[in-house]
Design a protein around this ligand. Structure first.
Ligand code: HAM
Length: 426
């Protein structure tokens, strides 16, 4: 491909369908990621950092053989030792593997973990759907308490609202316990048997009949509109857990819609499941989702502990912020831009910057010989709040002008780090 701006042929391009972040947008990506993580940290979740590839069978067993994610979307390859390896399509199975392997479930419960990083699904690329994308996730393992479900949901909610997002809806449902699901499955299978389905869809329905609720084809959608709904089959225990979740959400003032036909794309879900849907994102509207997975740990060879968590799509949350016109750059712009006009001034600027940075203020220096005009332009482009020019006179008099870029006003101030910092912080 010829680059239209530069006119020469690009030798290399990123693989198709990946998301990449570089300045200036990378700072918005960073802000989104950090703000989504902050409420989890505040609630006592701790970092878990895991490999991006795992034994393929972990995902086949954990995520489930009936899912698109496992059937069609995994990047699977043989490593040099002949083992089947897959790039992680999601985070929960890996977290459970690590919890079991390292015995994290032998201590205080619930085990509360957070992570963020890249995930991989060979989907058809489109706006908001990538083959390498980024998630922030949390998992709480070992306590089956409705209050924990609500803590998880409220952490996601707080992440979104702390970014200033408004135009999203929380959808919840319950997939019940094993008894609820097997009663429902029987009736659903009988219902599905009456439908004229092709062989592939039939085979899929046999593996997991709930998958048909998620089928995008219009004929199947309309056929499924009269199918039996799992919420109507909840056992008394599952029903009361779900009621408590709803009551606690009401107590916290978190608005939600019940969506009894919601089917998550992964097979491990049980009980409370949820999705956050943004209204300005078109087809790829899911900005986050999660739920309980009470059978997963046992399935992967651990003790039969319950779990609940979520994954939030950083790429899509960033798109949602942009769609809502949220100004992410504002809080992260430069506080001060220093413009040294000579070599002596440059060492003065380096010293000054390293002193003032200790206060947490964000400072950059004009490097290279751009001249005063070029440097002022750079300061403007970087959104610097204040600019200080350091020349021979300034060093001789130990006095500089600090210019506020928004008003254009200047003030003379001593060339002392603490005084300059105080002026900016005032
Ligand atoms: P998931 O719903 O498959 O859940 O993914 C979570 C979020 O990741 C989605 O809501 C979406 O924002 C984002 N996402 C998924 N696929 C893509 C893609 N191809 N491109 C861009 N963004 C994408 C999980 O992954 C579960 N592990 C969440 C969970 C944790 N459940 C319990 N614990």
């Amino acid at each position: 491909m010829t680059d239209p701006l530069r006119g020469w042929r690009l030798k290399f391009q990123a693989p198709k369908g990946v998301s990449e972040y570089f300045p200036p947008r990378s700072s918005s990506f960073e802000i989104v990621r950090d703000r989504l993580l902050a409420p989890a940290k505040a609630a006592g979740y701790q970092l878990i950092e895991l490999p991006v590839f795992e034994d393929t069978e972990l995902f086949t067993r954990g995520v489930g053989g009936s899912t698109d994610v496992v059937m069609k979307e995994m990047y699977t390859f043989e490593d040099r030792g002949g083992r089947s390896i897959s790039l992680r399509p999601e985070g929960t199975a890996g977290v459970m593997r690590a919890v079991i392997e390292h015995g994290l479930d032998r201590g205080q419960l619930p085990v509360k973990l957070f992570y963020s990083g890249p995930f991989f699904r060979a989907e058809r690329p489109q706006a908001g759907r990538y083959r390498q994308f980024y998630q922030v996730g949390i998992e709480a393992i070992g306590v089956e308490d409705a209050a924990l479900d609500v803590e998880i949901i409220s952490i996601a909610q707080r992440g979104f609202t702390s970014l200033g997002l408004n135009r999203f809806t929380l959808k919840i449902t319950s997939l019940g316990d094993a008894d609820s699901r097997s009663a429902h499955r029987e009736d659903l299978a009988a219902f599905i048997a009456t439908l004229p389905l092709d062989e592939e869809t039939k085979a899929r329905a046999e593996r997991n009949p709930l998958r048909l609720f998620d089928d995008k084809r219009e004929t199947i959608r309309s056929a499924m509109s009269s199918a039996p709904i799992l919420l109507d089959y909840l056992t008394p225990a599952a029903r009361s857990h779900f009621e408590r979740v709803r009551n606690l959400l009401d107590t916290l003032g978190i608005a939600y819609e019940i969506d009894p036909r919601m089917v998550r794309g992964l097979d491990y879900y049980t009980g409370t499941t949820f999705e956050f849907v943004h209204h300005d994102l078109g087809a790829q509207s899911g900005i986050g989702g999660g739920g309980r997975y009470d059978g997963l740990m046992k399935e992967l060879g651990g003790q039969p502990l319950s779990g609940i968590g979520f994954g939030l799509g950083i790429d899509r949350v960033l798109l949602a912020c942009e769609a809502e016109g949220v100004d992410l750059a504002d809080s992260e712009s430069l506080d001060l831009f220093l413009i040294p006009l000579s070599e002596v001034a440059q060492s003065e600027a380096l010293l000054l910057a390293s002193e003032i940075r200790k206060t947490g203020l964000r400072i950059d220096i004009a490097f290279g010989e751009r001249g005063l005009k070029g440097s002022m332009k750079a300061a403007d482009k970087r959104g610097a709040r204040y600019v200080v020019v350091i020349g021979e006179d300034e060093i001789a008099n130990r006095q500089v002008n600090i210019k506020e870029m928004s008003s254009g006003e200047s003030e003379s101030i001593r060339l002392v780090a603490s005084e300059i910092a105080a002026k900016i912080l005032r």
